[in-house]
Design a protein around this ligand. Sequence first.
Ligand SMILES: [Zn+2]
Length: 261
Amino acid sequence: MFGAGLLDSREAVREATLAVARRTQQAGGSGFDLWASPHFLVAHRNQLTLDAFWCGLEEGLVEARIWGLQGCVVVDAVNHFGPKHGHAVLNLVLPNLPTFVKGFSTGGLEGSPFRDWAPVFDRARAAGLRIAAHAGENGPGSNVREAVLEGGVARIVHGIRADEATLDLLAERGIPVDICPSSNRALAQDVQPHPLPRMLRAGLRCALGTDDPGVIPCDLDTEVLAARLMGLDEAAMATLRRNGAEDAWCLVEAETSPQAL
Ligand SMILES: [Zn+2]
């Protein structure tokens, strides 16, 4: 997330949130689901308080709303640190969870089986959070299936190594899949050609997203360009935008009806 070391104050977190809002607006979007790592910044690096972190986010989200943008936060845990770490993240955030936090997600390396994460996901779900997982990018395609069937994950980030049967499962259940071509190019070079056109043909609810721009330079424009270079036509590009607008968690309980992202 933007070079984590820079996020050392309420003001810096507010600025980072507004930077996301600005980029969303420039790309013609109406909202953003922002993945954030409070445990890493507050407990691991100890570089600001949890209160400062939430306040900075809230101020940024309130200002973004004045610009006409909905925003929400998805709290991130590191998969390869294992479920014990997942519980530590929840221990940190659940006692005083702001209403703008809508989801919980694993990121990082897919080193710990999703079935082991199920109790963490259950706990987050019981607290009213939606569950996502980065799966099937740096780990095997079977992780996508396991995340859905054993972890009860409601949204997949990447999923590009999923086999045909798993694509059918995702399509049947209408599970949103976030596609970040720049991240895939950096972390899954062997997956060629990119399966996005195939995923759309299989009826998956794919949308374009950006992975950590502090690690992998990207914004929505680079991802749109990458999708076009895969040969997607205007109808497919419109489907990606519509899925993004319909499935974004920031828009789920918003009073205003979703507009095209
Ligand atoms: Zn990722």
